[in-house]
Design a protein around this ligand. Sequence first.
Ligand code: SF4
Length: 334
Amino acid sequence: MSDRTEPLLQVRKLRKYFVQRSGVFRQHKRYVHAVDDVSFDIPRGETLGLVGESGCGKSTLGRTLLRLYQPDAGSIHFQGQELTALSGGEMRRMRRHLQMVFQDPYDSLNPRHSVGNIIEEPLLVHGMGDRRERQARVRALIDQVGLPADSVDRYPHEFSGGQRQRIGIARAIACNPAFIVCDEAVSALDVSIQAQIVNLLLDLRQSMELTLLFISHDLSVVRHLSDRVAVMYLGQIVEIAPAATIYENARHPYTRYLIAAIPQPRVDSTPPPAVGGDIPSPLAPPSGCRFHTRCPMATERCAHEAPLLELITTDGGEHRAACHYWRETPGRLP
Ligand code: SF4
């Protein structure tokens, strides 16, 4: 039985590495540190935004939470159950409660299946309702996500990008899930269409009491949708706080650069401060603070000692940052 007062999702020390082999006989093994020692909670009904540059491990984290990738270590506690302990069959049954909306709605929809079949598929997989009930549910879902009523017998290629994402969302909510991972769900869409899909997600969150993990590299979109925001760098969470705190009082230098890079109307031609260099290879993350190779505030200590995700305050919601010098960061973005 799940306790309604405990967080819907509790993640502790989650780790996911991928093996990369090289050599003539592929005998040399190296490990991509995609998700490394990640811990966080998501309370019921909350939207947690997850941001960071491409390749920082956001999507891998989202997929590992749903066990689309098998975690190497750590725990994922969901509605009173430990997901990492479930067998393959038990996890397949559990997926009814945990769903995903993907970035590219066209790639994730079978072009040979009608929209009605695509949306009905999860109902069939989980044995929900008889044929007539499933068809009624499909029609209700089509209406709920704002698609035309005649969509049921049409095919994905007949729809625009925004409409295809609505089909993906209808499929994701078909079984009344509690938790949805939205992986760059609006990134491939035009700005005006993005706003419509974000508003749809906001409506569904409220009407269905959904809990969301909203993954995006676009901080302005995340701000609109999220209650809290977690910032990821090279497989680790470096800052997590209520959304307003992240945008107005970030303490980690990396977060501050991400915020500064959000496009704004500018009165002068000065470019915004930008974080220098490329993200290092996750095959060999830097020692100490992983950001030290790019951080203008780095000291000798940063190269040797990994900072903890330290509690800064609980005023207005818990704020944590992984920087030895978080006390000194306000006003010091170079
Ligand atoms: Fe920069 Fe050091 Fe803070 Fe890391 S610990 S973010 S290198 S100042």
